[in-house]
Design a protein around this ligand. Structure first.
Ligand SMILES: NC(=O)c1ccc[n+]([C@@H]2O[C@H](COP(=O)([O-])OP(=O)(O)OC[C@H]3O[C@@H](n4cnc5c(N)ncnc54)[C@H](OP(=O)(O)O)[C@@H]3O)[C@@H](O)[C@H]2O)c1
Length: 309
C-alpha cells in the first residue's frame, strides 16, 4: 500500500526529435539501396528483353538502342535520388535547419537587448523630467502646492467630540473663535457634520464629503466623493479647514499641517464620536491659552495650537 511510486521513463523533446530524425534517415538510405538494386535488375532485364527476347529490336532513338536510352535515363534518376539523400540532405537537413534557427534566435536576442537598453534610457529620461517638473512647479507656485491644511476641533479630555450627530457642550467663546478663524475660508466636512448644521454658515465655502452619488446640497455648497477631491477643491485657499467630524478627522490626521484644538477639561463618557490621539512625536504645541469655567461656560477649556514637526 505504501510501496514506492513507479518512476515513468521520460525522454525529453530533444531526444525524441533526434530519434525521429535518425529513423527518417535510415528509411531514406534503405529506399536508395532498394532503388539501386531495382535499377541493376531492371537494367539487366532491359538488356535481356532487347537482346535475348528481341523486344523492340529495330527501335532506335537518335541512333541508339532504346534500352540504352532507358537505362541512361534511369541512371540519371538514380543519381538524382543519390544526390538528394547524401548531398542535399547535408545542406538542407535538420542540422542545417537548427543552425539557421540558432542564427535567427541570436539575431532576435540582439534586437531585444538593444530595445531593452533604449527603453531603460527612455524611462530614466521620463523620470528625470518628471522630477524636474515637480521642482519647477513647487518653485513657481509654492502657495498653491502647500496650503496650510488646518484641523479645527473641540475635544474632551477623553477625545470625545460628539453624540447623536450633535456637540456635547455649548461654549460660546469656542464658537466665536471657530467663526473668527474659519471666516472667509473653505471648510471641509463629512456629510453627517454638514447635516448637523441648521443651515450653511455664512461667509465660508462649504465642501461636503459623501460617498453618495447625486447628493443634493444647497446652492454654493461643493459636494465631493473623497477627501483628496475636497482638498483639491480648496487648493486656492491658503488655509482651508477640516472641521470634522470623527471620520474625516481620522482620515486627515496624516495630511494636515496644523491643529487648532479646544481641549475641554472634562470627560464625556456618553459620547459616540471621538477625535484621534495627537501623537506627540509628530505634533509640536506652539500655543496654549486657558479659559476658566464661568456662568457662560460650563467647563474650563484651553485653546491649543499644534504644528506638524
Ligand atoms: N467637537 C467638534 O469639534 C466636532 C466637529 C465636527 C463634528 N463633530 C461631531 O462629530 C459627529 C459627526 O462625525 P461622524 O464621524 O459621525 O461623521 P462625519 O465625519 O461628519 O461624516 C461621515 C460621513 O462622511 C462621508 N465620508 C467619510 N469618509 C469618506 C470618504 N473617504 N469618502 C467619501 N465620503 C466619506 C460619509 O458620508 P455618506 O454616508 O453620505 O457617504 C460618512 O457617512 C457629530 O456628533 C458632530 O456633532 C464634532
Amino acid at each position: 500500500m505504501f510501496g514506492k511510486k513507479k518512476t515513468k521513463p521520460s525522454i525529453d523533446q530533444e531526444q525524441l526529435a533526434l530519434i525521429k530524425a535518425a529513423e527518417k534517415r535510415i528509411k531514406q538510405k534503405k529506399r536508395l539501396y532498394i532503388h539501386f538494386v531495382i535499377f541493376l535488375i531492371g537494367a539487366v532485364f532491359l538488356i535481356l528483353a532487347n537482346t535475348v527476347l528481341g523486344i523492340g529490336k529495330d527501335l532506335k532513338i537518335a541512333g541508339l538502342e532504346w534500352f540504352v536510352i532507358a537505362i541512361v535515363l534511369w541512371l540519371f534518376l538514380f543519381i538524382y535520388h543519390f544526390i538528394s539523400v547524401f548531398i542535399t540532405h547535408k545542406f538542407m537537413g535538420k542540422e542545417w535547419e537548427d543552425q539557421q534557427r540558432e542564427a535567427l534566435v541570436a539575431k532576435q536576442q540582439e534586437r531585444i537587448d538593444q530595445l531593452t537598453q533604449e527603453y531603460i534610457k527612455e524611462e530614466k529620461e521620463i523620470a528625470k523630467s518628471q522630477a524636474y517638473n515637480q521642482i519647477l512647479d513647487s518653485k513657481i507656485t509654492p502657495e498653491k502646492k502647500t496650503p496650510e491644511l488646518t484641523i479645527i476641533v473641540a475635544a474632551g479630555e477623553n477625545n470625545a467630540i460628539g453624540k447623536d450627530n450633535d456637540l456635547i457642550w455649548h461654549l460660546s467663546d469656542d464658537l466665536k473663535r471657530f467663526k473668527a478663524l474659519t471666516n472667509g475660508h473653505h471648510i471641509i466636512m463629512g456629510r453627517k457634520t454638514f447635516e448637523s448644521f441648521p443651515k450653511p454658515l455664512p461667509n465660508r465655502t462649504h465642501i461636503v464629503i459623501t460617498r453618495q452619488n447625486g447628493y443634493i446640497a444647497p446652492e454654493g455648497v461643493i459636494v465631493v466623493n473623497n477627501l483628496d477631491d475636497a482638498i483639491d477643491a480648496a487648493r486656492h485657499d491658503k488655509q482651508p479647514f477640516i472641521i470634522g467630524g470623527g471620520e474625516i478627522y481620522k482620515q486627515s490626521m496624516t495630511l494636515a499641517h496644523k491643529i487648532e484644538l479646544t481641549r475641554v477639561h472634562a470627560n464625556f463618557e456618553n459620547a459616540d464620536t471621538y477625535f484621534p490621539e495627537i501623537d506627540a512625536m509628530q505634533w509640536k504645541e506652539i500655543s496654549n491659552i486657558s479659559h476658566e469655567a464661568d456662568d457662560k461656560h460650563a467647563h474650563a477649556f484651553s485653546f491649543i495650537t499644534y504644528v506638524r514637526k
